[in-house]
Design a protein around this ligand. Structure first.
Ligand SMILES: [Zn+2]
Length: 449
């Protein structure tokens, strides 16, 4: 089953030709190179941790076949490597000396750094995954920090990925937990896409939808098996993460893998969660965003948006200057403010456009609601799944107070143009009405319950 889904997706992919997910896959590095890359030398890039996890063995195989062009480029393992653009330039300089095939051995950061460096040289590369920690392996973009600001740089996905299930299962437990959080977020991302499609804002791409959603319940179905370190759980998790990347490759957009849950994580990543004991991984932040969105969705599904008082909502709709003022008051960093103004402005509706939108919502709600019920899972259930996988589930775990999180429902919506259930709640005048009770006694985020 695993292989059938991946093979089908690969047949439609533009960049990635091969993905190998089996125990002992490291031993196949030579045959993967022979089948999918030009003959000739390779250069290996890793950090000290990923070198120990898999890099030394990969280097050994390359050496034995006479393919290793030079000693591997190994970054320091501590403190944790960050995806700085300077590292991209270092890797690019290392690769430039020959026409060798780059081999990235690592997880999110190493893969993204090599992905961008290889793309700048227009050279296909091989990725050897060392942890099932995020969905970026097969995505067509890299998240790189330029002058302190993280940016998504579009670039070619790896030509081939080797994911040795034994290596993934031996990685630190919190890495797979993070991957699980990132993957579980697809429940919300799918719901957001269903909404955007129903309102005629962003149509569902059936291929990308199939890639990211068809196997989702299977991939996320047994989180406790990850804690028990069962190999089949790691195989299912990495399949889901790789398929999410292939979905983004198919759609040429992050939409299939990223909705409102990622807006929360992007917001926290941009601002840095200063009160967290240590910076939580991307997947842990997405897991929290997933709960935030799901708790709102639970309440949204209980509303009668088919009976909206359109004229009353249009009457209360804030004029743009008021929105802009709320962004200036809501964020501190000038660069984030400038970007949020631009993004929010792009989806801001005039009163007349809002009236039209609300009519569409009113007419489509009874059709849309059952589709969302099928797609979504209740927030309490998702919380149990995240807990079983070893992910944090309270705002305090991320250094957020309940008040911070309450404000972030409005702010997350403002940082990206992407239309999500946060916009649906906002445009229908429901956002505050639905969010505030989540923090009241008995509400999902109540600390008293
Ligand atoms: Zn993600």
């Amino acid at each position: 089953m695993t292989d059938a889904r991946l093979q089908h997706a690969l047949a439609l992919a533009t960049d990635t030709r091969a993905v190998l997910v089996v125990p002992g896959a490291l031993g196949a590095v030579e045959s993967v190179l022979a089948a999918h890359f030009a003959s000739g030398p390779c250069l290996l890039v890793a950090d000290e941790n990923t070198m120990a996890a898999a890099g030394s063995r990969v280097a050994g195989h390359l050496q034995a076949s006479g393919r290793l062009a030079a000693a591997p480029l190994v970054f320091s393992g501590a403190p944790r490597l960050h995806p700085e653009f300077d590292h991209v330039l270092t890797i690019e300089a290392f690769l430039r000396s020959t026409d060798a095939t780059p081999v990235a051995v690592g997880s999110g950061v190493i893969n993204d750094l090599v992905k961008l460096a290889a793309d700048r040289l227009k050279r296909p590369y091989l990725c050897v995954a060392t942890a099932a920690s995020m969905d970026g392996y097969t995505a067509f973009a890299a998240a790189i920090t330029h002058d302190g600001i993280k940016r998504i740089d579009p670039c070619a996905a790896p030509r081939a990925v080797i994911a040795d299930v034994d290596v993934l299962a031996a990685a630190p437990a919190e890495m797979a937990a993070a991957g699980y959080g990132d993957l579980l977020g697809k429940v919300i991302a799918g719901a957001d896409w269903i909404i955007a499609d129903a309102l005629g804002i962003e149509r569902i791409n059936p291929t990308a939808w199939e890639h990211s959603q068809a196997g989702l319940r299977h991939w996320v179905g047994d989180p406790a098996a990850l804690s028990r370190r069962e190999p089949k759980a790691f195989a299912a998790l990495i399949e889901g993460l790789l398929m999410a990347g292939l979905a983004m490759q198919a759609a040429r957009s992050s939409r299939p893998a990223s909705g409102s849950e990622h807006l929360f994580s992007h917001l926290w990543e941009m601002e840095g969660l200063p009160r967290a004991r240590q910076i939580p991984s991307h997947g842990f932040q997405v897991g929290m965003g997933t709960l935030a969105s799901a708790a709102l969705a639970d309440r949204l599904l209980a509303t009668d948006l088919d009976r909206l008082d359109v004229e009353a909502i249009v009457e209360d709709w804030p004029a743009w200057p008021k929105i802009e003022a709320s962004i200036r008051a809501g964020f501190k960093d000038e660069r984030i403010i400038a970007s949020a103004i631009e993004e929010t402005r792009a989806k801001y509706l005039s009163p007349q456009a809002l009236r039209t939108r609300l009519e569409v919502i009113r007419k489509s709600w009874l059709d849309l609601k059952p589709k969302l019920r099928v797609q979504l899972l209740p927030a309490e259930g998702l919380k149990g799944m995240l807990k079983a996988a070893g992910c944090p589930t309270t705002p305090q775990d991320l250094g957020l107070t309940p008040d911070d999180l309450r404000r972030d429902y409005a702010r997350a919506r403002q940082i990206r143009t992407r239309y999500t259930l946060l916009d649906l709640a906002c445009e229908t005048g429901q956002l505050g009405l639905l969010v505030d009770p989540l923090f009241a006694p008995g509400g999902f985020w109540s600390t008293a319950s």
